[in-house]
Every structure is written in C-alpha cells, then in structure tokens.
Write a protein that binds this ligand. Structure first.
Ligand code: SF4
Length: 355
C-alpha cells in the first residue's frame, strides 16, 4: 500500500466538489497542521523557519505557543467539524509543547487521527506513549550519520545522535501500531551517507525512510544549482537503498529527486488551502505550511478573538485571496496535488462519460 501518494484527496469527492468559489457549501478541512510552539531544542543550520533568506517563517516569533485553553477549544472544534487528521509540526519542536500529550489524547478520544513531525530528541514520556499507542505516524527529521556530524548540523551535544537512536528503539517497544518514519534531509555534506543511514535506520526498527532534499532557496533554479553536484550520487545511493533495503517491513521513498515538481505554481487559486490549512503558534490560520508565518501573504484569518469553526465557515472569500501564479513563487509542497485537482475540476461535464 502506498503511503505518499498524492491521490488521497480523491477519496473525498464531496470535499473536491465544494472547493470552487461558486460552491454554495464550505466543508471542513480534511487535515490540519498545528504548530503548537515555535520553541525548539535543536538549532539546525538549514532550518527554513530560521533562515533569513527564506520567505517561510520570516515573521515567526520564537516565544509564541498556543495557550492551553485555546488549544482545548481548537480540539473541540476539530472534533465537531469532522476534521479527519491532525499533524503537529514546526515552527518549533512539537514535543517541546507542554500540553502535547493531553492535546493528542483528546483528539484521539474525539475520533481524529494524529501524527507528528519531530526531531526525536524528546520522543519519550507521556506524549511519546500517546503517539506510540494511538498515532498513525511519527516522522523524525535527521541529517547527520554519527555523533559529530549530527552535532554539527544541529548545534547540539554529540550525545544527541545516540539519544535520538535510543528514543527510536524505545518508541518501537512502547506497543501500538504507530508507523515510525525518518525523513533524511540530504545536502552536500551528507550525500555520501544516504545508503549507510537507510541501512542503520532499518536495523534499529524504523518502518520507513524518506530521502528529502534540503531546501536552500525560494527559487527552484537556485535549489537545482545547489543539488546539481550531488544529484547523480544521491540517485545511486537511493537506488541502492530501494534495491537492498526495501521490503514488506521497510519502505524507502525517494522524494529527493522530485524537488522540481514543488515549484512553479501556474494556477490562479489554491485548492489545498481548504484541504490542509495550518494553525500557527501565533493563533493565525495560514493557507499552508509553505506560507506559515508570512504575514503579508499567507494569513487566512486569526483565532485570537474567534473560534476556529466560526472563522472557517464564515464565507469562502478568504480562500481565494492568494493567487498562486502571482503569490507563490517559492517552494510549494502541494503543487503537484493542486494541479491534479484543477485538472479534475476542469474536466468538461459534457465529456465525462467518455472515460
Ligand atoms: S504555496 Fe502552494 S499550498 Fe501554499 S497557498 Fe501557494 S499554492 Fe497553495
């Protein structure tokens, strides 16, 4: 079964049919990303939220976190609205959020699937137990291949690499069926270690490794230029990982060689902002993870003085202010999915029967 297919949204036809500006109905988002806190226990050299040259995160305030009461209200609304899934992500490190265990458990009790992105350094204790037992997936971002390289990328003590490895091993022993993946962020310094890390991760019980390209610029061409010297080497390494490591118990996914597809948004409205919006630690709702903490272009609304459900269902004009062909000249993780949806919605009704 495929984990990373971009066709999942086509299992929600009612939602697809409600997306256009002419639709009389607003439906709840299927999936929400919540950034509970902007604090982080690591300090990655390439973190797009802290890189001053990147548009992503440019207005982020590190001390922001969602107050406990507001988080309870958001959880209640998500349950009432029929949201299907919530993923916790950064800004900061979700496991730095003091109310993560309670929030995650409340979502589970309300029938919502949960997942989290994390650096894995704090993947232990009550919050880890909730995710291990009830989570659908947890994905740990990694880059180094040993203590010194990991410490260099993240400005952490050398022991942090073995701490994360130990947390991974212990998480798998907590029981439950949570799928544990690693996103290995490939850059010029670790390109020679791609296969080696895939092998190590399989040996310690990880279920899946996704090789992802380090994003270094808002421009597609500049990213291509950065990755050009290692592109073929990484291809060799990922292919070897697929051939030697992938089996029924271990998935290898090469996202690295698809970075190109995540630039050049050529359409005039964005379907995905109604499917997978982001709630930031600053209590703003953003169109997507690529525009989080962009106050000039990315904010759909604010939750300081209103409930999420009231904001969401109060008119659909807010979903059509961003014109991607004009406003999204940067990385867009949903670009290929948006293009598929536009093609689906643009199909001529008079010709649908001629399948
Ligand atoms: S970056 Fe992509 S997902 Fe975000 S608003 Fe633009 S088109 Fe939509």
């Amino acid at each position: 079964m495929q984990l990373y297919t971009g066709l999942k949204i086509f299992h929600y036809q009612d939602k697809l049919d409600s997306l256009s500006q002419d639709s009389s109905e607003i439906k709840a988002p299927i999936h929400i990303r919540i950034k509970p806190t902007n604090l982080c226990n690591h300090n990655c050299s390439y973190c797009v939220y802290r890189n001053k040259n990147m548009q992503l995160g440019k207005d982020m305030v590190i001390k922001d976190k969602i107050p406990a009461k507001k988080m309870d209200e958001i959880v209640e609304d998500c349950i009432e609205m029929g949201v299907k899934a919530v993923t916790f992500s950064g800004g900061g490190e979700p496991f730095c959020y003091p109310y993560l265990a309670k929030t995650a458990q409340s979502l589970v009790d309300g029938g919502i699937r949960i997942a989290s992105l994390t650096n894995g350094g704090l993947l232990k204790g009550d919050a880890a137990e909730v995710f291990a037992k009830h989570g659908t997936w947890v994905r740990i971002s990694m880059d180094g291949w040993d203590g010194p390289s990991y410490a260099k990328f993240r400005s952490v003590p050398r022991e942090e690499f073995s701490n994360v490895i130990k947390n991974i091993e212990n998480f798998k022993k907590m029981g439950g069926e949570c799928f544990l993946g690693v996103s290995y962020i490939v850059n010029r310094e670790n390109a020679e270690h791609v296969f080696e890390m895939g092998k190590k991760l399989k040996e310690i019980g990880v279920d899946s490794v996704k090789f992802s390209a380090c994003v270094v610029s808002n421009e597609g061409d500049a990213n291509n230029a950065y990755h050009a010297p290692i592109f073929e080497k990484v291809k060799e390494e990922t292919q070897q990982a697929v051939e030697d490591l992938a089996d029924d118990s271990f998935e290898v996914f090469d996202s690295y060689h698809h970075l190109d597809e995540e630039f050049e948004t050529k359409y005039d409205w964005c379907p995905y902002q109604q499917i997978l919006p982001v709630i930031g630690a600053d209590l703003r709702v953003y169109s997507c993870q690529d525009k989080a903490y962009n106050l000039d272009c990315g904010v759909l609304g604010e939750l300081t003085d209103q409930r999420f459900k009231d904001f969401w269902f109060n008119g659909n004009d807010k979903f059509f202010k961003i014109k991607p062909s004009r406003d999204c000249n940067h990385h867009c993780v949903s670009n290929s999915k948006n293009m598929l949806i536009h093609e689906y919605l643009d199909a001529d009704p008079n010709h649908l029967a001629f399948v």
